[in-house]
Design a protein around this ligand. Structure first.
Ligand code: SF4
Length: 217
């Protein structure tokens, strides 16, 4: 079986398990989506949602965060981890949005990736989940699953994104990246590959005898 055949199986099974793909990070608008994605680095979406639940009813625009200042932002987001770095990004990107984009979140990769602390993955999530633009945000989890399913040779997240974009038609990208994230959380965790039990692997690799080792992103 080649990777095109495996990709079709993956798509079919994921569509059966996850017909709907609600956005995991709770937000009120495009700006708060951007902030939530920035806060989600090195922590769980559940943790981010717990923290932002108390913040967003009161603070949900760039002006609010500029007014708050870095120290107060640090206090509000402390439990998301790496809070000093994250608070700096939230503060500076809010200032950039006001100064260069009239307080609005830009709808293109170049401008998004120029915002403080916003990398390609964060920009991809905002483009995909916020603007509905076809994107394929690849984090370490998607990278891991794509390797285990034999959809990429797994050198790094950049390569994995290219490989997945070649294998799957554009119209599926936005939904599929969420489906893979859900599947990884539920079944295919970093240290818990059972190798022989899940339908995706038993269908794609009927002769596999043990879990495959994955390369780090
Ligand atoms: S068998 Fe292992 S690698 Fe395959 S989907 Fe299940 S947990 Fe993931």
């Amino acid at each position: 079986m080649n990777e095109i055949q495996r990709s079709k199986i993956v798509l079919k099974i994921l569509n059966q398990i996850y017909p709907k793909t609600p956005i995991p990070l709770k937000h009120k608008n495009l700006f708060t989506l951007l902030i939530s994605v920035a806060l989600s680095a090195q922590t769980t979406d559940v943790n981010v949602n717990k923290v932002t639940k108390k913040i967003y009813p009161k603070y949900n625009k760039p002006e609010h965060f500029v007014k708050l200042g870095r120290k107060k932002i640090e206090k509000l987001i402390k439990s998301t981890g790496f809070f000093k770095r994250k608070a700096k990004s939230v503060y500076l990107l809010s200032k950039q949005l006001i100064g260069k984009h009239g307080g609005k979140v830009p709808n293109n990769f170049d401008d998004l990736e120029r915002l403080h602390g916003v990398g390609h993955k964060t920009a991809s999530v905002v483009m995909s989940q916020g603007f509905g633009f076809p994107a394929f945000p690849v984090d370490t989890h998607i990278h891991r699953l794509a390797q285990r399913w034999g959809l990429t040779n797994g050198e790094n997240v950049i390569q994995t994104e290219k490989d997945l974009k070649k294998l799957f038609p554009k119209k599926y990208w936005n939904k599929l990246h969420l489906q893979i994230i859900y599947y990884g959380r539920e079944y295919c965790k970093a240290r818990e590959c059972y190798g022989l039990t899940c339908k995706i692997c038993t269908t794609c690799y009927p002769k596999r005898k043990s879990p495959i080792k994955t390369k780090k992103a």
